[in-house]
Design a binder for this molecule. Structure first.
Ligand code: GDP
Ligand code: MN
Length: 396
């Protein structure tokens, strides 16, 4: 589950990571009040207004702006709130900004040497261990750094038995070129960061930039946190941080009816039981010359109700030219699924997209008879290749 920057910073702060302080606002009036409060609390003269959307690169799209007066705050807040922010990470339509974070300005006016670093904590899937990834090249797109100057990206792997060791924190500070007070602050920062990552059951922390001020403070200026959705039951307070407005509406709806659905760009919708078979089915669709329009795992109980809900989701996508149903009847019997498909089809009235159904496993032959005898525009297949050929035929 992805979070907004302000929520990510709340979590970091709760574990003792130094952050650029801020207050959320949804109107220009609230923004001005927030700015006044921040000046009282932090002594900041200037403020930064930051669009809160689930996408990076906001600065490039005009979603992060410096305000040098309260008039600036009011005017800029009015510009950013309600805008459709387009960044390198959004679609061309952009993302509607519902709220902004008003922050203290941590880049002091006249500070000739603010240093920006990149730091993330994430799982290294190759070794099965968490690691800290960091670079002296902060503030810019890390993908570009990885491409052009890969030697400036460092990794430090964390042994799960010991956690991040003090010498590792020192090595990180050293590799970032720090000394003196800044060195000490950085070892504290990275230690707190790793501990926050572990304790919050996160899947990704990305802090870009981490700022070193001229007076040697180390501060998280930006924060991207992805929580592990499977661990949310341990963090009731984090569940409330979910902002469904930022998510794909069809995926939200799927989640509400308990279906595993991921929206994709292709033209063949698919409905499958089991994630592995769903992946194989997407390969099959590609082989047949199509592109999958979605990933959909209906799970173990493919009854009429679930099948109908799944059809409805798939048919919301106007690009869908065919639907491939691929169900393996292990615990669930194929004839029951076939009956579910026939019932769902009848309930839904006119489905104009051709449907190819492959049912394999227990009672597959009875299922095929059921489909073939239903008089509906549904083609049945038992073998994988047969299903692929039929998809190819309807796309042609
Ligand atoms: P992103 O563009 O979505 O990654 O948003 P960031 O939070 O990283 O902000 C973008 C850029 O705004 C940063 O790289 C900084 O250069 C700048 N910025 C952020 N906070 C401040 C601040 O307090 N003062 C000034 N002057 N610039 C800031
Ligand atoms: Mn950033």
């Amino acid at each position: 589950m992805n979070l907004h920057e302000y929520q990510a910073k709340q979590i970091l702060n709760s574990f003792g990571v130094e952050i650029q302080r801020g207050i959320v606002a949804t109107t220009p009036e609230e923004a001005v009040a927030a700015a006044k409060k921040l000046t009282e609390d932090t002594g900041t003269g200037w403020h930064v207004l930051k669009a809160q959307v689930h996408a990076g690169g906001r600065g490039k799209g005009g979603g992060v702006k410096l305000a040098k007066s309260l008039d600036d705050v009011e005017r800029i807040a009015g510009e950013i709130i309600g805008m459709d922010l387009v960044t390198p990470q959004t679609s061309a339509e952009g993302k509607r900004v519902h709220q902004i974070l008003v922050t203290e300005d941590v880049y002091y006016p006249g500070d000739s040497e603010p240093e920006e670093y990149y730091m993330s904590v994430l799982l290294n899937r190759a070794t099965g261990r968490n690691m800290v990834m960091y670079s002296t090249e902060g503030g810019m797109d890390i993908e570009t750094v990885a491409e052009e100057t890969p030697h400036l990206i460092f990794h430090e792997e964390i042994d799960p038995a010991t956690g991040l060791l003090p010498f590792q924190a020192r090595k990180i500070a050293f590799n970032l070129g720090l000394s003196g007070m800044a060195f000490k602050q950085m070892t504290k920062f990275v230690t707190a960061l790793v501990s926050a990552y572990e304790k919050s059951d996160s899947a990704l922390f990305e802090i870009n930039p981490v700022l070193k001020t001229s007076d040697d403070k180390i501060i998280a200026v930006d924060a991207k946190v992805t929580l592990d959705a499977n661990a949310l039951y341990r963090h009731k307070d984090y569940i409330e941080m979910r902002d469904k407005r930022e998510e794909n509406p069809v995926e939200v709806e799927a989640g509400e009816v308990g279906l595993n659905y991921v929206d994709l760009d292709g033209n063949v919708g698919c409905m499958v039981n089991g994630a592995g078979l769903a992946m194989a089915t997407m390969d099959l669709i590609k082989q047949a010359g199509g592109e999958p329009a979605n990933f959909l795992d209906v799970g173990g109980t493919a009854d009429a109700e679930r099948v109908e809900a799944a059809f409805k989701l798939i048919l919301k996508d106007p690009n869908v030219k065919a639907i491939l149903v691929n169900i393996f009847g292990g615990i669930v019997r194929c004839d029951r699924v076939a009956q579910g498909i026939v019932d769902a089809y009848k309930n839904m009235g006119n489905i104009e997209v051709p449907i190819i159904v492959r049912l394999q496993g227990t009672n597959a032959d009875i299922a095929k008879e059921l489909i073939d005898g239903s008089g509906l525009d549904v083609q049945s297949a038992i073998e994988f290749q047969e299903a692929a050929d039929k998809v190819q035929a309807v796309l042609a």
